[in-house]
Design a protein around this ligand. Structure first.
Ligand code: PLP
Length: 354
């Protein structure tokens, strides 16, 4: 069986790097994003490491994820809660869980006393209510007796060298100012504010820290940086990837130069070689290697196309092989981002924390 080795010292190294870069004096501002099985790293394993680092705040995808780690954090926000989820009612009764409210309709649907975080669109035009609906939202929150715990947005331009990132920050500042007025008007306590993910927080935490206290963000929602990556063109903090994927050998053949390997014989040997298969394939969420791809294991062994559903062929007879300990080259080969390679790894692959 393949397994994912999670390097805890790399995790703590990343945490300290994040802390120093973003919020050296206020560690309570660092929240960890654990959605999608902690980006494929194993939500329980990463939540436990976060607890050891004394991180108090987490963000997850759904109620199932939230309930699985509920005792480990002060508050957990569910970014995509679904009323159809079988554990939705249990989640509503769990006091430290907050529910994202991305629309005016969602404010109509939550039962009274639900703790919500209101999502506002500040320019990404994805999820969230428009700033012009803020007043209506406050009215609904008051009438329907919802507990407004947070107001947040998602600045989706942190990786890009252009002004959109700053425009969105200014927009959220205006939203915060408006929200504070409405809080006063409706007699609602100031909710927490947050808007920045890994790259955005590294870029704008200084801008934010220079704002008057009540207008500052209270949290930074850090995901990918904890896992050791940043997909930014111009920032390169010393992060270390925390996951390494290993696969075990299934069988070995000694083959002559010119032999064809795998479906349609797409892998062709350039010399007499020893070739083994290893127990990971696209059925396990590992991307499917195709012809013309030049990929190597972490040890430098050539991985031959095409990959199968449950196995891949590699030019070695080592009993186990490290498929990756840094997904950047894979992400490049597959024309995607590290997030996608990692988040695809199936939850049943064992995660071993070392
Ligand atoms: C995924 C996500 C994040 C984390 O983004 P990273 O780039 O991984 O730091 C933050 N906020 C929201 C709303 C998200 O969905």
């Amino acid at each position: 069986m393949p397994y994912l080795e999670i390097n805890s010292s790399h995790f703590f190294h990343n945490y300290h790097t994040i802390l120093e870069t973003i919020s050296p004096n206020k560690p309570q501002k660092i929240a960890i994003v654990l959605k999608d099985n902690a980006y494929g790293h194993g939500i329980l394993e990463i939540a436990n490491l976060a607890k050891q680092a004394n991180i108090q705040t987490a963000f997850v995808k759904n109620t199932q994820e939230a309930l699985s780690i509920a005792p480990l954090f002060n508050t957990i926000t569910i970014l995509y809660p679904s009323q159809n989820a079988p554990d939705f009612k249990t989640a509503l009764k769990t006091p430290n869980l907050y529910f994202c409210a991305p629309s005016l309709e969602s404010l109509q649907n939550y039962p009274q006393h639900t703790s919500i975080e209101l999502k506002i669109d500040s320019g990404m035009h994805r999820n969230g209510i428009s700033k012009t609906d803020l007043n209506t939202a406050f009215d609904l929150i008051k009438k329907r007796n919802l507990h407004l715990k947070g107001i947040f947005t998602h600045n989706g331009f942190g990786d890009d060298v252009n002004s959109a990132f700053y425009t969105q920050n200014m927009e959220f500042l205006a939203i915060k100012q408006e929200a504070l007025k409405l809080c006063q008007h409706y007699g609602i306590l100031r909710p927490r504010f947050h808007s920045l993910s890994s790259s955005g927080a590294m870029r704008a935490s200084q801008f934010d820290a220079n704002l008057p206290q009540e207008l500052q963000d209270d949290l930074y929602r850090v995901g990918i940086a904890f896992y050791g990556y940043l997909c930014s063109d111009f920032q390169n903090p010393p992060l270390k990837p925390i996951a390494a994927l290993f696969a075990n050998k299934i069988s070995t053949l000694k083959l002559k130069k010119g032999s064809n390997i795998g479906y349609s014989g797409m892998g062709i040997l350039e010399q007499d070689s020893i070739v083994s298969t290893y127990d990971i394939g696209y059925g396990d969420g590992f991307f499917r290697l195709r012809e013309n791809m030049q990929l190597h294991s972490a040890e430098g062994f050539r991985i031959l196309p095409r990959a199968s559903m449950d196995c891949i062929s590699i030019l070695t007879d080592a009993p186990k092989v490290c498929i990756f300990n840094d997904v950047r080259s894979l992400a490049k080969a597959f024309d995607t981002i590290p997030y996608e390679i990692l988040a695809h790894l199936h939850a049943y692959i064992p995660r071993i924390v070392v």
